[in-house]
Design a protein around this ligand. Structure first.
Ligand code: SF4
Ligand code: FES
Length: 318
């Protein structure tokens, strides 16, 4: 099949038929890539919920060079040959992204100082990049009491942006799904019927795919700000999953275990609950070395590699 040509922010790229604008932008990389709060490349059917990835198509294709009448979701719109896309160079897109960010924060609590997701929260990053300094509303936010869904995961529905990723993880990689989005519109909420436990070997991945702090690891809650921990790539022989993880350590202690995420914050591979929750001793793991975190976020500010190097150099000088 011939490749399709398009430009995004005046940068030309060629992609295969069936590629979305989002993935074409990811092929270019850098600032051209629209933010994604609901799309997740490893989850089939994801995207189209949050609207943070909207872009302007100023030319539909070589055959039909009319612009598309409205901004389109780049995660769900397929590339046409000759398409011209504007992302960061379109004032309309930037203005829209501000409005969407404000909308996503409409009911979101300002509890980053006590939220375990702070430092690795995509909504936090999005609001730093596109958010308003002040709120336009003084209406009460909708609130829910935090609940346990199973003995390993805490749901804080106040922080949920209804991206559906956790529902798709449960649908696509676990044996059974016992939770979903209940209600519609302003009454929508992630819930399990009569608070059933989410209890299966891969349920912990819901924590990793949640872009905000709505689903958190109960074994790690309030133990440390994430930027005070040191991430290490590690692996173990595992019969259930790939066994490749990141250990988040403080001294010799493993505070939490997560899957490995790429620069878009997506898991490279899903991991099982044994690797995530059971094996918490350094002797359980083969540690490969420090994990490089590719995020424009406070989580990347832990320059311990440099510190270690400096310490060693100091010792050599002594
Ligand atoms: S709990 Fe998290 S992953 Fe699930 S829908 Fe809400 S924001 Fe998305
Ligand atoms: S990432 Fe495209 S709509 Fe959410």
């Amino acid at each position: 099949m011939p490749l399709l040509k398009l430009t995004i922010d005046n940068i030309e790229v060629e992609v295969e038929q069936g590629t979305t604008i989002m993935n074409a932008a990811r092929k270019i990389g850098g600032h051209v890539v629209p933010p994604a709060m609901c799309y997740y490349s490893k989850l089939e059917g994801s995207g189209g919920k949050c609207r943070t990835c909207l872009v302007k198509v100023s030319q539909g294709s070589f055959k039909d060079n009319r612009p598309m009448p409205k901004l389109v979701a780049s995660c769900r719109t397929l590339v046409q040959d000759g398409m011209v896309v504007q992302n960061t160079i379109s004032p309309e897109v930037i203005e829209n992204r501000r409005a969407i960010t404000e909308f996503l924060l409409l009911n979101h609590p300002l509890d980053c100082p006590v939220c375990d997701q702070a430092g690795e929260c995509h909504l936090q990053d999005l609001s730093y990049q596109n958010g308003l300094e002040e709120t336009n509303t003084d209406e009460a936010r909708r609130t829910f009491a935090p609940i346990d869904i199973g003995d390993l995961i805490k749901l804080n529905m106040n922080r949920c942006i209804l991206c559906y990723r956790c529902v798709m993880v449960a649908d696509q990689i676990t044996d059974s799904r016992v939770h979903g989005v209940l209600g519609r519109g302003d009454h929508s909420e992630i819930s399990t019927l009569i608070q059933n436990a989410v209890d299966n070997d891969f349920s912990g991945n819901m924590i990793d795919v949640c872009p905000v702090g709505a689903l958190t690891d109960k074994t790690f809650r309030f133990k440390s700000r994430v930027w005070f921990t040191r991430p290490f790539d590690a692996h173990r022989e595992c019969a259930k999953c790939c066994g490749k993880t990141v250990l988040w350590m403080k001294g010799e202690e493993i505070l939490r275990v997560t899957g490995r995420k790429d620069k878009y914050g997506e898991l490279e591979e899903f991991i099982c609950n044994d690797c995530r929750f059971v094996f918490k001793q350094p002797k359980d793991w083969t540690i490969e070395g420090p994990r490089k975190i590719e995020r424009h976020s406070v989580i990347s500010q832990n320059h311990y590699e440099k510190l270690d190097k400096d310490e060693n150099e100091d010792k050599n000088v002594e």
